[in-house]
Design a protein around this ligand. Structure first.
Ligand code: ZN
Length: 174
């Protein structure tokens, strides 16, 4: 799938948590999800790593989430030590670990799910459940390989997040 399509799917996956977190924290959360959604395709630029291999598995999503969440937590602890108690009450190490882990997992997992449905011409199907199951998975639901359709998927994702923000605004004006 093209990056635009991946962004769209990632936004759809992120929407429920974005809704729960509210505007500011929700925006940061969505940005982390979007960044993480592109991580699996870094395999295109890494030497000795096959495209649609290790980085296109749920195991990679879990590993990325745990490593990234731990790094973010250490950074927040160091920040607390240097700058004193946090200005924002949600910036506790526990929250930072929870939301970073969740955002990274959501982003990478959304990419894996999207690539199960869309395999671009010239690329091989992925094995999302490696190492538990090495079988290739490809579900041909709708042919989404074309750039235009990826763009439409992105618009769909943006629309869902826009509706989420609108619902959020409505919830807070009451
Ligand atoms: Zn991919």
């Amino acid at each position: 799938m093209y990056p635009l399509g991946h962004f769209g799917v990632a936004l759809v996956f992120a929407a429920p948590i974005v809704y729960g977190l509210g505007r500011k924290a929700g925006t940061v959360y969505a940005l982390v999800v979007l960044l993480a959604a592109m991580a699996p395709d870094l395999d295109l630029y890494l030497p000795y790593v096959a495209h649609h291999g290790l980085t296109h598995t749920f195991a990679f999503a879990v590993a990325t989430a745990l490593v990234g969440g731990s790094i973010a937590t250490v950074l927040v602890l160091l920040y607390h030590r240097a700058a004193g108690p946090p200005r924002f009450s949600f910036l506790t190490p526990r929250h930072v670990f929870l939301y970073t882990t969740l955002a990274l997992f959501t982003g990478v997992a959304s990419h894996v799910v999207a690539d199960i449905f869309v395999v671009l011409p010239g690329t091989q199907p992925i094995s999302p459940f490696w190492p538990v199951n090495v079988r290739h998975f490809h579900i041909k639901l709708i042919p989404l390989g074309a750039p235009l359709r990826n763009g439409l998927l992105f618009l769909g994702g943006i629309s869902i997040v826009a509706v989420t923000c609108w619902l959020w605004a409505g919830r807070n004006s009451r």
